[in-house]
Design a protein around this ligand. Structure first.
Ligand SMILES: *Cc1c(COP(=O)(O)O)cnc(C)c1O
Length: 381
C-alpha cells in the first residue's frame, strides 16, 4: 500500500490516467476534515477518533489538523503511531484487556485514561499505575439492539458489576468514569438513550459522581443512498438525555467514532475481471481485501459503475452474484449486488463510504491485496 503525492481532482481522473488492474482507494482530505468539523461543532463534548477503523498516517494528520485532540487506542503500536503523529493528543487506552507489559508501556507513553470491565483488570492496573491523575472508565453493556453488530458480545460488565468496579476505582483514588459502545453503524439513536440512562443508574448505585461519560463510537456512516446519517439528531439526543438522567451531576461527555468520522472520506474503485457464463461477476477485490466488511454488516448501496472509458453505466439495476478474485469459495459478496444490467468486463465499480475497516482488513491471500491509495480533491464528479 502506498500513498501517492499527486492530488487528483476526482477518482475518474486517476482511473483514466492509471487504468489500474488493482483496487484503488481514493482519499479526500477535504471530506475527512468536513466530517471532523461536523463532530467538533455538533457533539457536546470531547471528540476522539477510534484509530482501529483507519490508522493511515494521512488520516491521523488530517484529523489532527482539523482539531481532533484525543484518540481511542487499543494496542501499543496504535499508541506509538499517535505519539509520533499527534504528540500532544490525549490517549484513551480502551481495550479492556491488557498485559502487564502493555500497561507499563502505555503509562510510559502517556496514557492517563484506561477502560476496563473486570475485577482482574482493575487489580492489574492498580498494581502497576499510581491512581492519581489516572482515569478508570468502567465499560458496561446492555442487551440493546440498533447496531449492525453487537459489541457487547465481547466486552462490557453487567450493570451490577460495573457499579462495583466504579466504586472500587473511586476508593482506590482513580478518576471514576463510565463508558459503553452501542455497536458499530448504530442507526437507532434510542440505543444511546438506553445506555445513558443506565449509566446514571450505575453511578447512583455505586454512590459515585462520575467525571466523564464516554458514549462510544457506533455513529453511522452513509451506507444507504436514501438515508443520510442523522448525526445532529443523535448529538442532540445525547445532550438532552444526559441532562435528564444526571441532572446537576452531569459528567463531561466523550465520544470515540471510527466509522462515523472516516468512512465517507474514502471511495474504493474495483474492476470487473470477468463476467462469467450465466452472468456472475468476478471483481479484483473481495472479502479478503477492501470489501471484508460487507458480509459482516451488509452491502453499501452507494455503488457507481463506469465503463473502461469512464462513462457512467446507466442500465436498470439488477441483482448479480459477485465474487472476489481469490479461489476461495467464501470470497463472495453477500446476497445479490444491485448493478446496471449492461455492466461488462473491464468496467469500474466504485464503492462510496469505504474509509472504515477497509485498509486494515486487506490481506495478501492468494497473492491478491495490492491496494493503492490516491488522494483526491473530491470523491464525486
Ligand atoms: C471499534 C471501537 C470504536 C469505533 O467504532 P465505530 O463503530 O467505528 O465508530 C469505538 N470504541 C471502541 C471501544 C471500539 O472498540
Amino acid at each position: 500500500m502506498g500513498l501517492s503525492k499527486t492530488i487528483w481532482a476526482q477518482p475518474c481522473e486517476h482511473l483514466r490516467f492509471a487504468d489500474p488492474e488493482h483496487p484503488v482507494l481514493y482519499f479526500s482530505p477535504a471530506a475527512l476534515q468536513a466530517a471532523a468539523r461536523r463532530f467538533l461543532d455538533g457533539f457536546p463534548g470531547l471528540v476522539t477518533f477510534a484509530v482501529k477503523s483507519n490508522p493511515e498516517e494521512a488520516v491521523i494528520q488530517n484529523l489532527d489538523a482539523a482539531g481532533i485532540r484525543g484518540y481511542d487506542v487499543a494496542s501499543i503500536p496504535e499508541i506509538e503511531l499517535i505519539r509520533r503523529i499527534a504528540p500532544g493528543a490525549a490517549l484513551h487506552y480502551n481495550n479492556p484487556v491488557r498485559s502487564r507489559a502493555e500497561i507499563r508501556r502505555g503509562a510510559e507513553l502517556g496514557v492517563r485514561s484506561w477502560s476496563l470491565d473486570s475485577r482482574s483488570e482493575l487489580d492489574k492496573l492498580a498494581d502497576l499505575v499510581s491512581p492519581k491523575g489516572h482515569e478508570v472508565s468502567v465499560r458496561f453493556k446492555l442487551p440493546v439492539k440498533g447496531a449492525a453488530y453487537d459489541f457487547g458480545a465481547k466486552f462490557g460488565a453487567t450493570a451490577e458489576l460495573a457499579a462495583e468496579l466504579l466504586a472500587r476505582a473511586a476508593t482506590l483514588g482513580f478518576i471514576p468514569s463510565l463508558t459503553f459502545h452501542p455497536g458499530t453503524q448504530c442507526t437507532d439513536p434510542m440505543a444511546w438513550d438506553a445506555y445513558i440512562r443506565a449509566a446514571a443508574r450505575i453511578a447512583a448505585a455505586a454512590g459515585v459522581g462520575i467525571a466523564r461519560l464516554n458514549v462510544g463510537g457506533g455513529f453511522p456512516s452513509h451506507r444507504n443512498a436514501g438515508m443520510a446519517p442523522p448525526l445532529e439528531a443523535i448529538f442532540a439526543l445525547i445532550d438532552r438525555v444526559t441532562a435528564e438522567a444526571f441532572g446537576s451531576a452531569r459528567p463531561a461527555l466523550v465520544c470515540e467514532p471510527g466509522r462515523g468520522l472516516v468512512a465517507d472520506a474514502f471511495a474504493l474503485a474495483t474492476r470487473v475481471r470477468a463476467v462469467r457464463d450465466g452472468g456472475h461477476l468476478f471483481l479484483n477485490d473481495g472479502i479478503y481485501g477492501g470489501l471484508a466488511e460487507l458480509p459482516l454488516i451488509g452491502l453499501v448501496d452507494r455503488i457507481e459503475v463506469r465503463d473502461a472509458d469512464l462513462r457512467p453505466r446507466s442500465g436498470a439495476r439488477e441483482g448479480r452474484v459477485v465474487f472476489g478474485p481469490t479461489c476461495d469459495s467464501v470470497d463472495r459478496l453477500p446476497g445479490q449486488v444491485p448493478l446496471p444490467a449492461d455492466i461488462a468486463e473491464g468496467d469500474f465499480v466504485i464503492w462510496h463510504g469505504m474509509g472504515a475497516y477497509c485498509t486494515v482488513t486487506n490481506t495478501r491471500f492468494n497473492g491478491f491485496g495490492d491496494m493503492e491509495i490516491a488522494t483526491v480533491l473530491r470523491l464525486a464528479d
